[in-house]
Design a protein around this ligand. Structure first.
Ligand code: HEC
Ligand code: HEC
Ligand code: HEC
Ligand code: HEC
Length: 200
């Protein structure tokens, strides 16, 4: 009887661990970034719209399959900003803008003729008109010097930064996001995300 209880416990535990591992693997599934089966997705599958195993866009890791935007962006500025002003977004954020600025068709893949049938819905456009001046600053270096200069930032959260920089991917996870709500890396109903960096 005791043996059976231990066995049941072990099976249940393995099931929970197994499900947790599966959950981590498939979180893009069913998210707004799950383009499987959509007509514009001639690259097929769930990864193809963004990645390709061969002949990827050489300027952008990781194995990027989507044609990049050629827009020359206006970046966020304000007199109270302490971070050094970037002249353009870093490649990791350009990847997002290659679909989200609305200038490139969703089905414009590297090495293929764009069907140019699908475009980003207006409500999901970010950086439209090449204007990032009304968006949270990106491609800014967030180091201890900035923390001192700003006076109201927490220590740089390494897990949210990309090579030390704040990028689109600091707040979002292209692969689904913890919450699957707006693909955010963490819940933000009580501004938890904002307060991970800002000490307000
Ligand atoms: C909507 C676009 C998009 C889709 C779809 C997508 N990815 Fe990504 N992927 C990205 C972006 C952007 C990055 C780089 C930034 C980052 O890591 O978040 C990335 C990075 C990666 C990386 C390297 C960094 C890391 O997170 O380990 C791997 C591996 C990867 N993706 C695998 C996949 C696989 C496998 C699929 C399909 C199941 C997939 N991706 C679907 C956009 C996408
Ligand atoms: C500082 C954090 C942060 C950064 C950086 C950031 N976002 Fe967001 N983004 C958010 C939050 C929070 C929401 C959810 C807003 C809401 O629910 O009202 C959001 C919403 C969105 C949405 C959904 C449409 C909308 O406007 O609500 C899109 C698309 C998006 N972001 C794309 C991007 C892209 C592309 C970048 C980089 C150019 C980016 N985000 C950079 C925090 C961020
Ligand atoms: C291959 C094109 C493509 C790329 C690359 C891409 N997205 Fe998206 N994204 C989409 C589409 C299409 C939607 C759904 C738009 C809609 O239904 O209104 C979307 C939706 C979103 C949303 C809204 C999610 C929600 O729940 O409403 C966010 C946030 C977002 N993307 C952020 C990003 C970020 C950040 C990156 C880069 C790390 C990125 N996207 C890269 C195509 C793309
Ligand atoms: C990954 C870290 C990070 C996250 C998350 C984050 N921020 Fe920021 N934010 C920064 C940094 C760094 C700056 C630049 C500060 C500076 O230059 O003095 C900044 C700048 C700003 C500014 C402009 C300040 C100015 O002087 O004009 C505002 C407003 C702001 N953030 C609000 C938010 C809000 C609201 C959220 C949550 C949706 C958020 N931030 C999430 C890091 C972050």
């Amino acid at each position: 009887m005791k043996g059976l209880k231990i066995l049941t416990f072990m099976v249940a535990t393995m099931l929970v661990i197994g499900l947790a591992a599966m959950g981590a693997q498939v979180k893009i599934d069913g998210s707004k970034h799950d383009f499987e089966g959509l007509t514009w997705n001639q690259n097929g599958g769930i990864c193809g719209p963004c990645h390709t195993p061969h002949n990827a866009l050489s300027s952008v890791a990781p194995l990027w399959s989507h044609t990049n935007t050629a827009a020359s962006f206006t970046m966020y500025t304000n007199v109270t900003m302490n971070a050094a002003q970037p002249t353009e977004p870093n490649p990791v954020s350009l990847m997002c803008l290659s679909c989200h600025d609305g200038t490139i068709a969703l089905d414009a893949f590297v090495g293929e003729t764009a069907g140019a049938t699908a475009t980003m819905p207006v409500g999901s456009q970010v950086g439209a008109g090449a204007n990032l001046g009304t968006e949270h600053p990106i491609s800014i270096l967030y180091d201890t010097n900035l923390v001192t200069a700003d006076g109201a930032l927490k220590a740089p959260p390494a897990n949210l930064l990309n090579g030390g920089y704040v990028e689109c991917s600091s707040c979002h996870d292209a692969h689904g996001g913890e919450e699957n709500t707006k693909l955010l890396r963490m819940a933000n109903s009580n501004s938890e995300l904002c307060l991970t960096c800002h000490d307000k």
